[in-house]
Design a protein around this ligand. Sequence first.
Ligand SMILES: Cc1ncc(COP(=O)(O)O)c(C=O)c1O
Length: 380
Amino acid sequence: MGSAARKVPLCIPDMGDDEIAAAAEVIRSGWLAHGPKNHDFEEAFCHFLGVKHAVSVNSCASALFLAVHASGIKGEVILPSFTFVASANAVVTGGAQCVFADVDYETCNLNPAAVEAAITPRTEAIMAVHYGGQVADMEALAKIAARHKLLLIEDSAEAIGATQGEKKTGAWGLGCFSFYPTKNLSTGEGGMFTTADQALADKCRAIAGHGVASSTWAREKKEKPWLRAATYAGFNFRMSNLNAALGAVQMKKIEPMNAARRKHAASYNLKLNKDLFDLPVERPGFTHVYQMYTVKAKGFDRTLFLAKMREKGIGATVHFDPAVHTQPYYAELAASKVPLPVTDRLTANILTLPIYPQMSEDDVAYVAEHANAAAAACRT
Ligand SMILES: Cc1ncc(COP(=O)(O)O)c(C=O)c1O
């Protein structure tokens, strides 16, 4: 099946004529910086998630930083080490301290019992990371947060549209989303901050725009548009009108794009050899949106396996190794001395296979066939 020249990359963003037309419209309008498309994108995002406020920014890293910084958190934040380093970076650069808690091997998400055990008098927030498209157990985490009066931050970079019960990620706590090209919805670079708190949304919007409460676009309609009064010491975390235009188009396709990912995941689940791979588990009551299709290696050499997959033109890779607590900056911190056995085991075994909406059934079959063969050939 397939020729040697065949390529199945890890991911291709699902962009087409509608995104090209939207980008062209913005370029012709001459309004390239933060502008009216941000409003359109934010409105559509609020509607999709069922949240009150959404602030478009230039990355999820910025949204996470805003969540910590604008909330004034200076104490401990409990988060997984099994995540992309941006989650932890936001805690540290926001002026707070990381406390790493272990995750569940099946879902790769925070273990609520480990979170509860990590709470100290200095704990101020829990940062849940929804790994690879599946929501962390937010019902349990929200109960813990309420019991201990902690703020709940959601790193929803990898789980746009994923649900637990009826509720989507970013609707439980302070939501932080990424629109990097590997994500379920892309704007090239980009992010979104969501909250039910109007005052916090206004503060984040201002801090993201040099500390000035109104944007240039909004001031255009005012009598004295030149008045720019900073109410905070701010940054420039704004998303451009061009990126927002892409986001507004992508919002219209998010449900079919997520449905296509789920279809491909179901197909992988049927085709992969269960003696060689632990497959992803969609827990009852949860909807997984498969930002990544990750499996765990069972008894074969992962490095050799990945080399064999690359030879076949397949963009299989690893998310995440090394875990944050072992990365040079974080390894020095006290939080990293706590044992995280499940995280360590996952880090050693996890594997990501290609998944994106436009994959064909034949692409999935090609990857699965070569994954089964490569794993069998690399048994330890
Ligand atoms: C869990 C997680 N958090 C944060 C980020 C950072 O997103 P961005 O590149 O938009 O800053 C990513 C992106 O890879 C991620 O996977």
